[in-house]
Design a protein around this ligand. Structure first.
Ligand code: LLP
Length: 477
């Protein structure tokens, strides 16, 4: 049994087993691995050890900390746009027309919405809040896909009013709710059926047998997906636009996507045989993995696109189907590497682990309220000292937050310079996806701001929450 880090047995998992290899020298301890850090990250030149701070897109992190405070999310705009554009061009192939939907759940704000639009991508939203952000930022409704396993009637109505182009249907109830709402509005809603294809994939492994046992989608094996299609085609206020599947997140292995594509195309063939309808669109969802550490080796967007196109072309030819339009929904693969989190070190505690081992507990001014992924998924991150470099020896360290919980860990096992002390700035890489988006106010801690940097300039994307913002909700004050 493995104890949860917050639990009483947490001492057992403190042993320095599983720590990443010790950096060979000071250079390695301070290196900014290109596949982990934003494209605009660099250390300043200069020989003085204290001078070699890190800049993002030409802006020194020390200046950002002074202006915006810490913790701070720093978003490299050019990095975001480059990754978005790479997806756009990877799927820009006339033989298999395709759309790329940026999955806003990874991180969304009005500026990001505009960048997505300018880079020619569509948008995937999964709540009324995400939808309103997109609409108020001027994103065209017809380029939005609306997801969710329990969309409320008012959310469906908002989407209809906003002219949302695709509704991804996730239940029999939703078919009825949406059909009735569309009728009230006198419109025909385009729907995709979210199919549970029997594949679940995460990181390096995938499983393609069971995994019906989860809340999303309508089962292919159990016949619910075909039944949903039967109900949809009978309703004049709904138009069956396509089939959708999403098999997981942070995936490196393409085999899961291959099986999913195969199963969706087979379902399209049986829909043609039963209803005489050619399915116009196949959406394979998101989930493309990114590098959180130097050993992660994600696939290039263009290689993945070639592979997916190849599968769909082959499967359609085998079944005599007209080629559908393809869609993918990357979130993490676009925004994940574009953002870093900047923290200030507050305290450093050296804890004796016995047998000659010790661990430096480095407490920063954020934690599980701005990055829950380490506590929730055992996620691994890369951290660096960024306000200077140090020639002190590397010591086994753990970056922890400021919350009242021992599971409040940001980076579980890392090496940092022994002379780290209060006031030093640390940066954690690849925190763009599902960190600010999943932030909480645990311990009444206000959520950090997001600032975008580009060509030496800064732009506030989300302001820092204040304690007054939080207290304003308290009906007793
Ligand atoms: N499309 C659908 C229907 C999804 O449910 C998701 C993610 C995506 C696209 C985007 O997936 P991505 O490309 O970002 O992997 N909070 C977790 C991830 C949850 C993903 C939920 N759905 C994490 O922090 O790892």
């Amino acid at each position: 049994m493995r104890a949860h880090p917050a639990g009483p047995r947490h001492g057992e998992i403190l042993a320095p087993i599983g720590a990443p290899p010790q950096p060979e020298n000071a250079e390695a301890l301070h290196a900014l691995d290109a596949q982990v850090w934003p494209l605009g990250a660099s250390r300043s030149d200069g020989t003085g050890l204290t001078q070699r701070s890190v800049s993002i897109a030409g802006v020194d992190v020390r200046d950002l900390a002074a202006e915006f405070g810490t913790p701070l999310f720093i978003l490299d705009e050019a990095d975001f746009r480059t990754r978005a554009a790479a997806f756009r061009s990877a799927y820009d192939d006339p033989t298999v027309p395709a759309d790329v939907f940026y999955a806003g759940k990874a991180f969304l704000s009005a500026h990001v919405v505009r960048w997505v639009q300018e880079e020619g991508l569509n948008l995937d939203v999964c709540s009324g809040g995400e939808l309103l952000t997109a609409v108020r930022a001027g994103f065209p409704g017809e380029r939005i896909a609306f997801h969710g396993n329990n969309k409320s009637i008012s959310e469906l109505e908002l989407a209809l009013e906003s002219g949302v182009g695709r509704f991804v249907i996730d239940s029999f109830e939703e078919i009825v709710r949406l059909a009735e709402a569309a009728e009230r509005y006198g419109v025909v809603a385009n729907v995709l059926v979210r199919v549970t294809v029997g594949v679940e994939a995460h990181t390096h492994e995938f499983i393609a047998t069971a995994h019906e046992d989860q809340k999303f989608g309508l089962s292919l094996a159990g016949g619910a997906a075909e039944e949903a299609v039967r109900r949809i085609v009978k309703l004049p206020s709904l138009h069956l636009a396509g089939l959708h599947s999403h098999i997981g997140s942070q995936i490196f292995d393409t085999a899961g996507f291959e099986i999913s594509a195969h199963r969706l195309v087979s379902l399209a063939a049986s829909i043609r045989d039963e209803h005489g309808i050619e399915v116009a669109e196949i959406d394979l969802g998101g989930g493309m993995g990114i590098a959180y550490g130097p050993d992660d080796d994600p696939m290039k967007a263009s290689d993945m696109a070639d592979l997916l196109r190849g599968i769909v072309v082959k499967e359609c030819a085998a079944l005599g189907l007209a080629l559908p339009r393809l869609a993918v929904e990357p979130g993490r693969a676009i925004v994940g590497p574009s953002m870093i989190t900047l923290y200030e070190v507050g305290t450093v505690k050296v804890v004796d682990l016995g047998a000659g081992h010790s661990r430096h507990y480095v407490s920063v001014d954020g934690g599980m309220s701005d990055n829950i992924r380490t506590a929730l998924y055992d996620a691994e991150y890369t951290v660096r000292l960024v306000s200077r470099v140090s020639d002190a020896r590397a010591v086994l360290s753990r970056v922890v937050g400021r919350h009242c919980e021992s599971g409040d860990i940001v980076v579980r096992d890392c090496w940092l310079p022994e002379d780290l002390s209060s006031g030093d700035l640390l940066a954690v890489a690849a925190t763009g996806a599902y960190c600010r988006a999943m932030a909480s106010n645990y311990n009444h801690v206000p959520r950090p701001p997001v600032v975008a940097v580009r060509e030496g300039r800064t732009q506030l994307v989300l302001r820092r929450e204040t304690t007054d913002d939080l207290l304003a909700l308290d009906a007793g004050l």
